[in-house]
Design a protein around this ligand. Structure first.
Ligand code: ZN
Ligand code: ZN
Length: 664
């Protein structure tokens, strides 16, 4: 088995995107390789030990000013060296990671790591792994990228390769494989867009990542052009989204306003043009998606190189001022789209939609140069096959094992802090057996005119399909990598003016979106018709700093108790005593929004690790236990300590009494 360690950094544009996409690439072509992505500068999320967390804390305070892409420092060897010398704690952390993980190949998407590795192996004869650096910039390449001893430098394009050769880098060390863009560009590759015929819509994608104030005016100017249809994305700016939505609501056929999206590849592949700033990842994705660009902002430094690349390739245009955007679009489509056709032709030659796979192949090939004996190490360890549970049920044949589960988890699709793949890795590394992603979807009728800011903390109904696709993809990865089940869920929020008219309902293991504007009874029916579970989320009074109480389902339990599959008896640190007293089927969940929420109530199920068995176990609510998750408590550790599993029938019966201190 080969181990590949990918090092990244969260500042600047594109390092994380390149690292993440490369990992997907490797995982999609090899079952043999173990691959990890690590950001030693920023988010280590508990996968590292205490020493490294401390190192991380030290660096982060120091990092933003020094490392946020300060080009002059990077390009000046003396200054750069002084800064790298100052990173002794980061270097120690890196040494420890390399020692523990024993990678066969290290891929860095950030220039600093290669220098730290040089330092670490300065006095030693030979570095025991291959080192690849994936350069995320084009044309304007600061020398820090290549001054270290790197086996292979991967660059985004031939033009950049020429620049490096000019700068003295050995030809044989450079491979122009492309920037590792999302695999979406290779997976569902559509036909290239054809030029719009007369009367056909010109589809323009406008991710507003700069010049927000002027964006309304830009859109108006674009709409003055005939047959122009716009897809606007505003990221997480709820105010802007509401404003644009309001301003252009009279033209719903021509203007579509989206919030934050994971489907930029799909959007790029289905539009004629994209208007964007010259950020590295976006420019590379547009090239991969064969979508010509109009660049409306170029920040000196890396972005200059990206802008020059677009001009050099003849794949679009740079405009000086936002008021020139509409004119540029008009020019592109003038004379039967003459200019646009040329851009399209050039871009098809230039884009590298499959770069993540090509770089993945390179990393796999390089990892075979390593000569180490494989050894089990912590960083790459797969969860071991669980042993049979030691305390079988006295009356019924025991299920294979007890499963550590969390059925209430938010990602940054709604108001969670981590992205979906990060959540999966976060739980997978902790040995969870089954999780359900439950991002918020709000009832649109309850949001109009008020709570506008909430819109951005929920998934828009139009984006639900994308959400389902993404969870489905992560489901496969999680099973392959961690033997962890991932289910798709939704938290349906209905916000009233009072706590008694507000309710949150979880739908677990859903197969398709459900209209959040339906009433709860109908939503429950639809959940169940999909084979899913309906769960009342935090149904009783919360004792917490953030929580708004949501008592609607509880207050109407005559109606809901017969149809709801289970009630949260515990949510994060809250235990709802009255729910236990009702003898409703219960579950305990994190309501996870950020890493520290992991230390909270969880559910243990004594059943097979199979979605139907899990749901059945919840419905029947036999062999269900609560546990308070603490450090070091993994599914595996739990299984190794049978006393933490009170799974005898008598013990389960006694559970609520134990918890609430009174017999029921
Ligand atoms: Zn909730
Ligand atoms: Zn929630």
């Amino acid at each position: 088995m080969k181990r590949i360690l990918i090092l990244t950094a969260g500042f600047g544009d594109g390092h994380n995107a390149a690292a993440r996409n490369l990992r997907h690439g490797i995982e999609s072509i090899s079952d043999e390789a173990k691959v990890e992505v690590l950001d030693l500068f920023e988010s280590t999320y508990g996968s590292l030990n205490t020493l490294m967390r401390h190192a991380y804390q030290g660096v982060v305070q120091y990092a933003p000013t020094v490392w946020a892409g300060v080009f002059s420092v990077f390009d000046n060897p003396a200054l750069f060296r002084r800064q790298v010398n100052g990173l002794s704690r980061l270097r120690d952390s890196l040494a420890q990671v390399l020692n523990e993980s024993e990678p066969d190949c290290v891929v860095s998407t950030y220039p600093v790591y290669a220098h730290l590795i040089d330092d670490l192996y300065r006095d030693h004869a030979e570095r025991p792994f291959r080192l690849i650096t994936v350069v995320t910039d084009s044309l304007t390449i600061c020398s820090a990228w290549y001054r270290a001893s790197i086996d292979v430098l991967v660059v985004p394009n031939d033009e950049t390769r020429e620049v490096l050769i000019e700068a003295g880098v050995a030809r044989g060390r450079i491979q122009a494989l492309g920037f590792p863009v999302s695999l979406d560009f290779t997976l569902d590759r559509p036909q290239p867009m054809s030029a719009p015929q007369k009367g056909e819509p010109r589809r323009i994608l406008y991710p507003i990542n700069t010049g927000k104030k002027k964006s309304g005016r830009v859109i108006e100017r674009l709409l003055d052009l005939p047959d122009t249809h716009l897809t606007i994305t505003v990221g997480r700016d709820a105010g802007l989204r509401a404003e644009l939505h309001e301003r252009f609501r009279h033209q719903p056929d021509r203007v579509r306003v989206l919030g934050w999206t994971n489907s930029m590849p799909k959007l790029l592949m289905s539009h004629h043009l994209v208007i964007t700033k010259a950020g590295g990842a976006m420019v590379q994705e547009a090239l991969a998606g064969h979508c010509p660009l109009i660049l409306n902002q170029v920040i000196p430094g890396q972005e200059e190189g990206n802008a020059r690349l677009v001009e050099k390739l003849g794949a679009g245009m740079v405009v000086e001022k936002s008021k020139h955007i509409a004119a540029a679009v008009e020019e592109a489509f003038a004379d039967k789209s003459k200019l646009w056709r040329r851009w399209q032709e050039n871009i098809q030659k230039a884009g590298h939609p499959d770069a993540a796979l090509r770089v993945a192949e390179l990393a796999l090939a390089e990892s075979h140069h390593g000569s180490r004996e494989p050894r089990s190490v912590k960083l790459f360890e797969e969860p071991a096959a669980p042993p049979a549970v030691a305390t079988p049920h006295p009356h019924k044949p025991p299920a294979a094992k007890a499963l550590l589960c969390d059925f209430h988890i938010h990602t940054n699709y709604s108001d969670g802090r981590l992205a979906l793949p990060e959540v999966v890795d976060f739980y997978g590394r902790r040995g969870f057996d089954c999780i359900c992603i439950t991002d918020h979807v709000a009832d649109p009728r309850r949001l109009i005119g008020r709570m506008g800011e909430l819109i951005n903390l929920t998934i828009p109904y139009a984006q639900l399909e994308e959400y389902f696709d993404m969870v489905e993809r992560e489901r496969k990865r999680a099973w392959r990598k961690y033997s962890m089940r991932v289910m798709t869920g939704i938290e349906f929020n209905k916000e009233g003016f009072t706590k008694k008219t507000s309710g949150h309902l979880l739908g677990l293991d859903l197969k398709a979106p459900i209209d959040p504007a339906l009433g709860f009874v109908e939503i429950i029916a639809q959940i169940q018709s999909q084979g899913g579970l309906s769960v009342a989320a935090h149904p009783h009074l919360l004792k917490s700093e953030w929580g708004k109480n949501t008592l609607y389902l509880w207050e109407n339990q005559e109606l809901f108790a017969p149809i709801i599959d289970a009630w949260e008896i515990a949510n994060r640190n809250n235990i709802f005593t009255p729910v236990g007293l009702k003898r409703f089927a219960f579950l305990a969940n994190s309501d996870f929004h950020k890493p520290k929420h992991i230390y909270s109530w969880k559910t243990l199920l004594h059943c097979d690790n199979d979605p139907d068995a899990i749901k059945d176990c919840v419905r029947r609510n036999e062999h269900v236990a609560l546990t308070l998750y603490r450090d070091g408590l993994t599914g595996e550790a739990l299984r190794a300590q049978p006393r933490t599993l009170p799974l005898r029938a008598s013990e389960i019966e006694a559970l609520p009494a134990k918890l609430f201190g009174a017999p029921i």
